[in-house]
Design a protein around this ligand. Structure first.
Ligand SMILES: [Zn+2]
Ligand SMILES: [Zn+2]
Length: 241
């Protein structure tokens, strides 16, 4: 069963109790009016039915409201933002999502696992992982971030590129748009292609231009990502064989 948030449960119960109280007030008021002004006529019976219903609803509303005191609570402090999350029971192995920062809080045997930080190699944004993380995808740019678990243990996963075993095709990397052609793009291309500044500048004048040929899908995707981060647009195109 999914573990519920304490505040959600309390809210649900309070809402239910509230409806019964409102019902009791209306029913009771209407019954009292009938009794007061038509008390001697044919409405006498109806007036009493309404008043009894009001008493019943009031009692049940009180009973429902009382059950809120029986809801247990269990607090979990978010290891990332330190916000305290209130749950109705102790989670065993279910990760929860932090109410404040929306990060997953990893839980094993009811204990919060330590969370490690890592910066994404593509966009440099901060990401979090724990022992439970098998595959870490960057929150900002959706690229996979390789994580290393404890020494000695085999790496839990292979980068996505390796997983696509049936893709033995070769690709070429085509620069479609250099963006503003800024310093970052020039530097990235310099190191990517082992060219000097002037050679890169010449290359940028010829956009769209093929940068590399005969590379794997994984390499092409990786280089595309590097260029994208710096505002350029590149594409991996399969080479017809
Ligand atoms: Zn948090
Ligand atoms: Zn990223």
């Amino acid at each position: 069963m999914r573990i519920q948030r304490y505040s959600d449960v309390i809210e649900k119960i309070s809402e239910k109790a509230f409806y019964f109280f409102v019902g009791a007030v209306f029913s009771g008021a209407f019954g009292a009016l009938l009794l007061r002004y038509r008390g001697d006529g044919m409405f006498l019976g109806l007036a009493w039915v309404l008043i009894l219903a009001a008493i019943g609803m009031l009692a049940y509303g009180l009973f429902v409201a009382f059950t809120t005191t029986k809801v247990t609570s269990f607090s979990i402090e978010c290891p990332i933002c330190t916000e305290v999350n209130e749950l109705t029971e102790k989670p065993e192995d279910d990760d929860i999502t932090c109410v404040a920062c929306n990060h997953r809080i990893p839980i094993r045997d009811g204990q919060v696992l330590p969370v490690m930080q890592v910066r994404c190699g593509f966009c440099n944004s901060l990401n979090y992982y724990s022992d439970k993380t098998d595959l870490l995808i960057c929150e900002t740019c959706n690229h996979e971030i390789p994580i290393h678990q404890e020494e000695g243990k085999p790496v839990k996963h292979l980068p996505k590129g390796f997983a696509v075993v049936d893709d033995n095709m070769l690709y070429e990397l085509v620069l479609l748009d250099a963006g503003k052609g800024g310093e970052d793009v020039v530097k990235t291309l310099q190191s990517m292609l082992a060219l000097n500044r002037n050679q890169v500048k010449d290359l940028l004048e010829e956009v769209p231009v093929t940068l590399l040929q005969g590379i794997t899908r994984m390499k092409a995707d990786m280089l595309t990502a590097q260029l994208t981060v710096h505002g350029a647009k590149a594409e991996a195109r399969q080479i017809d064989q």
